[in-house]
Write a protein that binds this ligand. Structure first.
Ligand SMILES: Cc1cc2nc3c(=O)[nH]c(=O)nc-3n(C[C@H](O)[C@H](O)[C@H](O)COP(=O)(O)OP(=O)(O)OC[C@H]3O[C@@H](n4cnc5c(N)ncnc54)[C@H](O)[C@@H]3O)c2cc1C
Ligand SMILES: *[C@@H]1O[C@H](CO)[C@@H](O)[C@H](O)[C@H]1NC(C)=O
Ligand SMILES: *[C@@H]1O[C@H](CO)[C@@H](O)[C@H](O)[C@H]1NC(C)=O
Length: 245
């Protein structure tokens, strides 16, 4: 039907159809998703959070009393500490919030959100060791871009570029397995830094824990923790099998 329609057209209008189709595609691709967190005041209090689809499966959105945007680990620690001191519940949110279930919803409207939006820096690249350390809000796209500039590749990833490292680790996101360790991104993590709430004044109500392959159990749990064990601040990757330089 469509072909018949094209056949009956002059070359000029055929070109216009093509231009129309492609400009539509370009416009769609160049619109980044909105921030899933919306707050009603200028100091980011009284907020709602949803996912990138604009709605959770039960057709609701969630509420939070405040959204915080740390720009480095030190700020993150002090935010977790004051929430912990005030016994306020925290959920970790990301730049686009791609998960479909209500993982990011605080228990009720008194909870707060800590967004990793500005924890988006590449911390360190070691080409000889084939390692990269990034903050947890770095997107998969930025990780892949930064790695490829240095001749490194991650063997497996989910196919969607807009996920953050913290989010895709939290949910155990993966590609498909062909060889070597497996298809999950967290299999290529050798160390991470996680900021955890603490009920005690002794450690200032929050502490940074460094977990790596050598302290196995905690490390394995923290790698796929859906944000319930603390806020992952930094992730140290080992690009094990491929180096095309
Ligand atoms: C189009 C599309 C394609 C996808 N393709 C794949 C695929 O190929 N393979 C696959 O396995 N999955 C896939 N997914 C699922 C996706 O990987 C997960 O939904 C992932 O969790 C989304 O990451 P996010 O950065 O948006 O995190 P969010 O959805 O915002 O968060 C996910 C969870 O991680 C927690 N979290 C986030 N950051 C941190 C942090 N720094 N510290 C502690 N906890 C944190 C959050 O609290 C939440 O519980 C896809 C999703 C979409 C929308
Ligand atoms: C800013 O936030 C505080 C709570 O932290 C709130 O009491 C105050 O009213 C807010 N100010 C504005 C201008 O919204
Ligand atoms: C308030 O939220 C916006 C994102 O919507 C963020 O860019 C800004 O840094 C936040 N302000 C503060 C004071 O945290």
């Amino acid at each position: 039907m469509f072909l018949l329609f094209l056949k009956g057209m002059s070359q000029k209008s055929f070109v216009s159809v093509l231009v129309l189709v492609f400009s539509y595609v370009v416009i769609v691709l160049s619109t980044p998703p909105e921030d899933p967190i919306k707050c009603s005041s200028s100091n980011n209090t009284t907020c709602t959070i949803t996912n990138s689809y604009g709605m959770f499966p039960d057709r609701t959105i969630c509420q939070a009393s405040q959204a915080l945007y740390p720009t480095n680990e030190k700020e993150l620690v002090s935010m977790v500490a004051s929430a912990s001191r005030a016994k306020t519940k925290i959920k970790v949110a990301t730049r686009y919030s791609h998960s479909i279930p209500k993982l990011v919803c605080p228990e009720d409207s008194n909870g707060i959100l800590i967004s990793t939006r500005y924890l988006n820096k590449v911390v360190k690249i070691d080409v000889v060791e084939k390692t990269i350390t990034v903050e947890s809000g770095v997107t998969l796209k930025d990780l892949i871009d930064e790695a490829s500039k240095n001749g490194l590749v991650l063997p497996y990833t989910p196919y969607w570029y807009g996920l953050t490292i913290g989010g895709l680790m939290g949910t155990g996101a993966h590609g498909s397995t062909l060889w070597n360790k497996g298809s999950a991104v967290h299999d290529y993590v050798v160390e991470l830094r996680i900021v955890r709430a603490s009920g005690s004044d002794e450690d200032g109500y929050a502490k940074v824990e460094i977990l790596n392959e050598n302290n196995d159990e905690d490390f394995n749990a923290a790698k796929v923790s859906l944000g319930v064990l603390g806020v992952i601040s930094q992730v140290y990757f080992f690009f094990k099998v491929m180096s095309y330089k």
